[in-house]
Ligand binder design. Sequence first.
Ligand SMILES: O=C(O)CCC(=O)C(=O)O
Ligand SMILES: [Fe+2]
Length: 370
Amino acid sequence: MGQKEISVAVPADSAAQGQSMQFPHLDETLEILKTSDNRSILDRYKWETSLRDGMQEAGSKPAFVFPVMDMKHQSSQDHALRERLVKDIGLAAEEWGFFLVKNHTIPRDLIDKMMSYGHNFFSLPKEKKEEAVFNLTVHPGKNPYYQGYGGRFQHLQEKVPWLEHLGELEHPVSGVKNLASILWPESNESASFCEAVKTFSEAIRQLGIQIFELLAEHLKLERDFFSKHFAEDKAYQTNWRFNHYPPCPAPDFVLGLGPHTDPNALTIIVQGDVAGYQLLKNDFWFQVEPVPDTLLVNIGTALQTWTNGRFSSVLHRAVVNEKKARLSILNFLSPAKDTPLEPHPSLIDAEHPRKSDSRDWTHLFQPKLS
Ligand SMILES: O=C(O)CCC(=O)C(=O)O
Ligand SMILES: [Fe+2]
């Protein structure tokens, strides 16, 4: 493909890097573009070659249908329907590292509420948004990436992503209170935002557990082999993040987020009604069009490692739109920091030698540009 794989989502440390990689805010770039013909301001966002070079014409793509899982069969009394779901979800995890889920258990009004918080936040003036930038003076030594608000970081990608984001990395909603009180210091909104994030994160965890159990069943592992890491008494993380991709006058040359794999176990995504998530399969980039009430799920590298590579951590990226802003809500399900990444013994044999050493999963966050 000639595309560079960048398998970094969140660098592990390096507050200093975080500070040195500051760029003008996207809002400033957009403001300049409104009044000037000089598009050189876009250079810092431009990837080496046009994105089109990495995309085949639609007509030449192999025919495909994205795997869609009907989660209502998860609790079906009809044995055959449940068996079918187990098989389909397992094959999707093996062949795609990706699937869509419908009839899931996340209430629609909760998703709408979260989306409207996101829209409201990103329409604030940049000065207000930047009040929620993670404060390294207050939290020395903590990972500054993807916590609080970010709109100026390069994240070790080849080019600056056309993206601003707001989120929380800690387990599962601590820190949100802090964020909420910065964003809405004198209003009840602060409490209802915390409540929404808490309920949403819990609903995502429950859905994640259903998915983990179906996947374990497919591989004939103990039912809780994956899900036990997300039990209430574990220090798992279900960190959430809004990604906001403003409209871009040169959508073919920038990326909302460059090609990467997610280091965590499972990512559950609400992509709203504007397309932008693309995944690589058989050397083609496929765009996942929005389907109402359907969530995107991708396998992350921790799950790939636990399964000795039976499930694939899918390479994906986000493209941007010329006319429409795009808002997505990402939910990264990660085991506790010190969890060993030990492949299940039944998945290692002469034909499938062990693919990686046992390590704790945070090593996946180490910067690795290839
Ligand atoms: O916004 C999206 O649809 C994808 C973003 C993504 O892959 C990420 O933040 O890891
Ligand atoms: Fe991702």
